[in-house]
Design a protein around this ligand. Structure first.
Ligand SMILES: [Zn+2]
Length: 1014
């Protein structure tokens, strides 16, 4: 599950930590030994193959080096044609399901449940394995677990909890192959299900009788089928290079394991509902990247601030015990801890961490397929560290079977240890739930409030819907109420500050309100509920100290959802808020509609993304955008508000309802300057290098029902007249492998073989609804560059973000903008503050003066009024400070023997402004860029001291105040450059409209533009 930013050495401070974290001796000496039942016959041929495919005796264990025989239960061989982990064998999801259903038919110890479908319509399943008795009484058991999961139902009565704990069978949920190139889990889980159902050894019987093991053998089903296709292609063309897996699921690749906050993908939703629905205690997610088995659950820190310390103790307890158990078997390379930081709650396993369970994750060693291969490790992977006392070998012959042995041994020892201590873990489950309910009076806050007078009610609904997907309870105030607000402690004034300053501050403090009234209809997220922790983690702010010893954050450091949704959220510590009159809301629904009578419909523009949905939904209606604010029907409308004509009231009613937009019907048009808002023809460009980051953009547009043509850079290279087909070209970030050279050249074609991405007999699932090509290698090429340039010159609009903005600048599409280099900036997936610079630009329609945005070390844009020049700050600086000479600091100097000369005042400019053109530059000023050809600055980054909203901002002065969004005129067209990423992981919905505004106003982007005088 590695993110590209990783790899760091281990600080010494953690020696101490280890001493604190070693698990207490929980288990008595008479614990059952892991050994097979000598009375139960083994399946000899299967066992022989296990031995044959295991490449060294140390890569197996007494738990998996044999397979118990069964007269009536089929082994995985029935479907695979060979044993689990056999070389050359990689089953499709449907084969895995077929086997699980064969098991279900053959034994009352297995039950298969359908848990939903994927974006491409493939089924997801969960397989329960336990004793016949346990499976017969699933519902009664679930009812008991539900009471432990929601201690309000037993009035937080610990004695009653103890009684329930004693009667309950816990649920241990295992999920496989969310990451499609990590291929081992499905076959390991097939065999694990067989063992749990068939093996009569006391060790396995105890697990079967004591625990319900729940298994989703394939999480990313769409990606699994593509990966198996590619592997089959590889088997059919053994001497050739095979295409890399560029698409996993329909939208994203590796980031499918970063969706546990926003819950935008079906796989996340299905696993979350299964986890919560079963009231499971553990979610254990299987990955492959690190040799040989890394319990990647807890690491080096910082740990997520919202998890209960009871959980962090459980991580260490289970993890270290796992290491000990497998080490006792003589298996090398089993370790825990490592450099993972456990900060972001975006990982799939964190569904459990944020819902009072135990999150776990294994990285085992996979070959990305089922070939047996000689593998050579990096020194950092085989070096001995305190947390990896028995490291892997530097060189190994490694097989899929070895991987399956490690996965199964790890899981079986975990299940056994979990069962031995299930009283403790079930009680912890109850305690964590209870502590979540006690939150208002313990650590706080008492609630979060989303006020009814938020101007962005549609986005507010979307945020509430995310919380609802997370199974968070939502209430709505039935009358207005008042809460006390926390008073911010005044910072100690430094001695340098003069008395006047301190007085000013005192005044400000007095002026701050100490209470606030919220209107009826405001939403209240009570923190006295079992799943308060996830709501708190999403809605609160994050702070990652630049001084943190962890220098390589594993993932994003900030995510505050209210900020990124551009929705008002109040954190309320005052427990009295819980006494406000309120009712539970069962479903957060958009509340759009129309007021008044008249044939013209006016919708206020508050930068809500569904405004764009409405444009495409009402294709035949005529729409205009107001270029200035106006008043009508006693209501104030912002710049960019829509005036809509030629649509039947009933059609409009329906559309407004569905989009959650509120409109006012007018009998006459207001007198305000407008321009037409047409449905632009949109091309959406991807590379064949990486599709992950753009996948989030596709998902956003699809959810909003904005149509587009999905084309590759190769198609751009082939289309001579892009303007004939498109008005707007979106070129979202490439992400991995995004250099300009790679975008233009693609993957080297000077050697190797073509890499087809298309459906063939070996690869029937590859394409899905995505793009295809005969050869993934060619890039945009110089033809493509020329086509993009000509598209813009002829009036097209090209929109780029982060790395594609760098690309656009590198091919000379925006002369007046240059890229700065950073020495110390470290903004790692953070929420930062921006400021509106040009409110009259259509790109900015609906936005306020301050806007929070997602930034991940975005490009530093600088402006220059001189063609080919690099931007720099002209603040006068030392040139205006007086030189050494006569007089006091503010006296004029003199020159002996001649009258004094007053120097002209040096012109100055801010970092987001064009440096003024000097008189010297104007002499034969062929390089001076005329004002109309310069970029229009839409948004800039806030001043350094206000830049951080959430996460880590270090060296922020390098990007502070620089432009964040630019509209660069180029020929007759525009290039819109983003330094922030406005569309990301379903989390940044507040900035979507910057992109959508560009699409809606593509042919009027110059509206409201005021040019500099020179
Ligand atoms: Zn992974």
């Amino acid at each position: 599950m590695n993110r590209s930013r990783s790899g760091c050495c281990f600080p010494v401070r953690n020696y101490f930590l280890l001493l604190l974290l070693v698990a207490p001796a929980l288990v008595s000496a008479d614990e059952t030994a892991p050994a097979r039942d000598p009375k139960q016959p083994i399946n000899e041929p299967y066992t022989a193959k296990i031995k044959k495919y295991t490449t060294a005796p140390v890569f197996t264990s007494p738990l998996v080096d044999y397979l118990p025989a069964s007269k009536n239960v089929p082994t995985p061989e029935a479907v695979l044609g060979d044993v689990s982990g056999a070389p050359g064998v990689l089953p499709y999801a449907e084969d895995v399901y077929k086997y699980m259903r064969l098991l279900e038919k053959a034994t009352p110890r297995v039950k298969v449940f359908s848990i939903g479908t994927t974006e491409e319509g493939r089924e997801m399943i969960a397989v329960a394995v336990s004793s016949e008795e346990n499976l017969k009484h699933l519902d009664e058991n679930r009812a008991r677990l539900a009471r432990l999961a929601d201690p309000r139902t037993i009035k937080l009565d610990d004695a009653e909890a103890d009684r329930l704990v004693a009667q309950s069978t816990p649920v241990y949920y295992i999920t496989g192959t969310i990451h499609s190139p990590e291929t081992g889990a499905p076959t390991a889980l097939m065999e694990l299900a067989y063992r749990l159902a068939v093996d009569e050894s006391p060790y396995i019987r105890e697990i079967r009788d004591g625990v319900i093991t729940l298994i989703t053998p394939v999480v990313e089903v769409d990606g699994r089928d593509r990966m198996v296709d590619l592997y089959r292609w590889h088997l059919a063309h053994p001497k050739e290079f095979y295409p890399p897996l560029i698409y996993w699921g329909k939208y994203v690749a590796h980031d499918n394991n970063r969706d546990a906050m926003g819950v935008t993908l079906k796989l996340t939703e299905n696993v979350l509902n299964t986890y919560v629905g079963w009231k499971a205690q553990v979610l254990h997610d299987l990955h492959e990247s690190v040799p040989y088995l890394y319990d990647n659950t807890a690491g080096d820190g910082p740990f997520n601030a919202w998890v209960d310390p009871i959980l962090t103790d459980e991580w260490e307890m289970i993890g270290w015990r796992n290491v000990a158990d497998m080490t006792k078997f003589g298996m090398p390379g089993v370790f825990t801890h490592g450099v993972f930081d456990t900060w972001s709650p975006g990982y799939l396993m964190f569904i459990a961490a944020m819902h009072n369970g135990i999150s776990r994750l294994y990285e085992t060693f996979g070959n990305g397929g089922a070939d047996t291969e000689e593998r050579t490790l990096d020194p950092q992977d085989y070096s001995r560290t305190w947390w990896r006392q028995n490291p892997p070998f530097p060189k190994t012959l490694w097989s899929q079977r070895d991987n399956n042995n490690y996965e199964q041994t790890g899981l079986l020892t975990s299940l056994h240890f979990f069962n031995e201590n299930k009283g403790l873990f079930l009680k912890n489950f109850y305690l964590k739930s209870k502590r979540s309910i006690s939150k208002p009076t313990e650590e706080g806050p008492a609630a979060y409030i989303l006020p009814a007078d938020d101007p962005r009610l549609e986005l507010q609904t979307e945020l509430l819907q995310v919380l609802q997907k997370q199974h968070v309870e939502i209430s709505r105030a039935t009358s207005s109420f008042t809460v006390a607000l926390p008073v911010k402690k005044a910072k100690k004034s430094s001695k340098k500050e003069d008395a006047k300053d301190a007085k000013e501050k005192e005044k400000e403090k007095d002026a701050e309100p100490t209470s606030r009234e919220f209107p009826a209809g405001s939403f209240i997220i009570r923190m006295d509920q079992p799943y308060s922790r996830i709501a708190d983690a999403l809605l609160d702010h994050q702070y990652w100290s630049p001084d943190d010893p962890q220098k390589t954050p594993y993932d994003d450091t900030g995510w505050t959802f209210g900020e990124l949704f551009n929705v008002k959220v109040f954190r309320v510590p005052d427990p009295k808020v819980l006494d406000a009159a309120m009712e539970r809301v069962n479903e957060a629904k958009p509340a759009g509609g129309v007021q008044g009578e008249g044939a013209i419909f006016a919708i206020n523009n508050n930068a809500e993304p569904t405004l764009a949905t409405l444009r495409y939904k009402l294709r035949d209606a005529s729409m205009e955008a107001a270029e200035e604010p106006f008043e009508a029907s006693g209501k104030k409308f912002n710049r960019g508000s829509l005036l809509i004509r030629n649509v039947a009231r009933s059609d409009f009613d329906r559309a407004a309802n569905e989009t959650g937009l509120r409109a006012v019907a007018l009998s006459a048009a207001p007198s305000v300057k407008t321009h037409p808002v047409r449905a632009a023809r949109v091309a959406f460009v991807h590379t064949w290098l990486s599709t992950q980051t753009e996948g989030w953009w596709r998902l956003a547009l699809d959810n909003l029902k904005i149509p587009y043509d999905y084309i590759s850079t190769q198609t751009i290279a082939k289309l001579d007249d892009l303007n004939a087909k498109y008005d707007v070209i979106l070129f979202p970030p490439v992400g991995f492998n995004s250099s300009s050279t790679a975008i233009i050249n693609g993957t080297a074609t000077g050697w190797g073989n073509p890499l087809p991405w298309k459906n063939t007999p070996e690869t029937p699932n590859l394409v899905g609804k995505n793009d295809s090509t005969d050869d993934m290698r060619p890039g945009l090429g110089w033809e493509g560059v020329a086509h993009l340039q000509s598209f813009v010159a002829k009036g097209g609009v090209l929109l780029t973000a982060t790395d594609t903005s760098r690309f656009a600048l590198s091919i000379g599409l925006a002369d007046s903008v240059s890229l700065g280099t950073s020495q110390k900036m470290n903004i790692v997936g953070s929420v930062v503050s921006t400021r509106l610079v040009d409110a009259a630009s259509p790109v900015a329609y609906g936005y306020d003066e301050k806007l929070s945005a997602y930034c991940d070390n975005g490009p530093i844009f600088s402006l220059s009024s001189i063609s080919g020049g690099r931007g720099f700050r002209r603040l006068g600086g030392h040139s205006t400070s007086r030189a050494t000479g006569r007089g006091t600091a503010d006296d004029p100097d003199f020159t002996v023997g001649r009258p004094g000369v007053e120097a002209p005042e040096e012109p100055t400019a801010e970092l987001w402004e064009y440096p003024p053109v000097s008189d010297e530059q104007k002499r034969n000023g062929i390089r001076v860029i005329p004002p109309a050809n310069r970029a229009r600055v839409i948004l800039r980054y806030a001043d350094n001291k206000e830049l951080l909203i959430s996460g880590l901002v270090e060296g922020g002065d390098e990007i502070a105040q620089h432009p964040a969004v630019l509209d660069v005129p180029a020929g007759h067209g525009h290039v819109i450059l983003f330094s922030i990423n406005p569309v990301y992981r379903g989390e940044t919905r507040g900035t979507y409209s910057l992109v959508l505004n560009t699409i809606l106003n593509f042919d009027s982007l110059d509206a409201g533009r005021k040019l500099a005088e020179k």
